[in-house]
Design a protein around this ligand. Structure first.
Ligand code: ADE
Ligand code: ZN
Length: 330
């Protein structure tokens, strides 16, 4: 039995496996510029975040109907469940779909169908976090928040993703203020490729409760002290960092140093179809590459539930935390 974990950094569009991409392409009459899954997989060699995002946005062309989003989420939930995920806070990128003529309702209703039966079918509780594309204008983010109003009963919070450098968090101050007034939880990617200052800005200007990635905080000692003092969770994605060349090899990942510093780290998969592994695979990889002890792995799993937005179901959080403490490693 795998270690019970919560996944807090997962882009649902990043779970599109090549096989499903071709299946949906055939279903929707969409032509991909790859002959088959083998050729597509060969394109999964990235130089940086932007080179990945180019393919990530390109392949979204196959996602057209509610059923496509439902099938995508269902496939992710099955894989996540098999790897110990008990609770998943799932990002989605509505602007990338709306720009292609796929309505917010199609995306949310489709995802909701899979998420609505996830506890029964997969034993995974779920939440949705709507991300804004930071390389699009703030006005577009605000319009997207407006478009999401009819669906806010299904959306727990907002996030900020896509190309980071040159798009500091403060650009989205008004959108985050509006989201806070609507009672939405707030997170943002910061310090993945961008500088430590973006992490500080996300906290101070956007009022975020968690930092997605946050890796580059390690360049600023005072910032690390602050993150430790304020118990700000970081949603790290080790396999993603290697594939996007933020870290040369997994053995060099700063996760052990971050845990030693007292940071509230969690381990997640980001875009598992593209980066070579789901949440449990990320735990396995850091365990072997970094020699993390069983107690360190238990700490990561514990942190994932502590950092989750499970305030509406403290019973589940307590049950999962108890399972983490009782877990016997194989
Ligand atoms: N969108 C999907 N994955 C992302 C990542 N790792 N960073 C920024 N935006 C993303
Ligand atoms: Zn991400």
């Amino acid at each position: 039995m795998p270690l019970p974990i919560a996944e807090l950094h997962l882009h649902i569009e990043g779970t599109l496996e090549p096989e499903l991409a071709f299946e949906l392409a055939a279903r929707n009459g969409v032509k991909l510029r790859y002959a088959d899954t083998e050729e597509l997989r060969k394109a999964y060699l990235f130089d940086d975040l932007q080179s990945f995002l180019n393919l990530y946005y390109e392949l979204m062309a196959v996602l057209r109907t509610e059923r496509d989003f439902e099938d995508l989420a269902d496939a992710y939930l099955a894989r996540a469940a098999a790897q110990g995920v008990r609770h998943a806070e799932i990002f989605f990128d509505p602007q990338a779909h709306i720009a292609r003529g796929v309505a917010m309702g199609t995306v949310v209703e489709g995802l909701s169908r899979a998420l609505g039966r996830s506890v029964d079918r997969h034993g995974v509780s779920t939440q949705l976090i709507m991300c804004f594309l930071r390389d699009e204008p703030a006005e577009s983010a605000m319009a997207t928040l407006e478009a999401a109003r009819p669906y806010l009963d299904r959306i727990t919070g907002i996030g900020l993703d896509s190309a980071e450098v040159g798009h500091p968090p403060a650009k989205f101050r008004e959108v985050y203020e509006a989201a806070a007034r609507l009672g939405l939880r707030r997170v943002a990617h910061a310090g993945e490729e961008g500088p430590p200052e973006y992490i500080t800005e996300a906290l101070d200007v956007l009022g975020v409760e968690r930092i997605d990635h946050g890796l580059r905080c390690m360049e600023d000692e005072a910032l690390v002290e602050r993150l430790v003092r304020e118990r700000v969770p970081l949603t790290l994605c080790p396999l993603s960092n290697v594939r996007l060349r933020t870290v040369d090899v997994l053995a060099d990942h700063p996760l052990p140093a971050m845990l030693d510093a007292g940071l509230l780290c969690t381990v997640n998969s980001d875009d598992p179809a593209y980066f070579g592994g789901y949440a449990g695979d990320n735990y396995d990889a850091v365990r072997s590459a970094l020699g993390l002890s069983e107690e360190r792995l238990r700490e990561l799993a514990r942190n994932s539930f502590l950092a989750s937005f499970l305030e509406h179901d403290e019973e589940l959080r307590a049950r999962c935390l108890a399972e983490v403490e009782a877990y016997e490693f194989g």
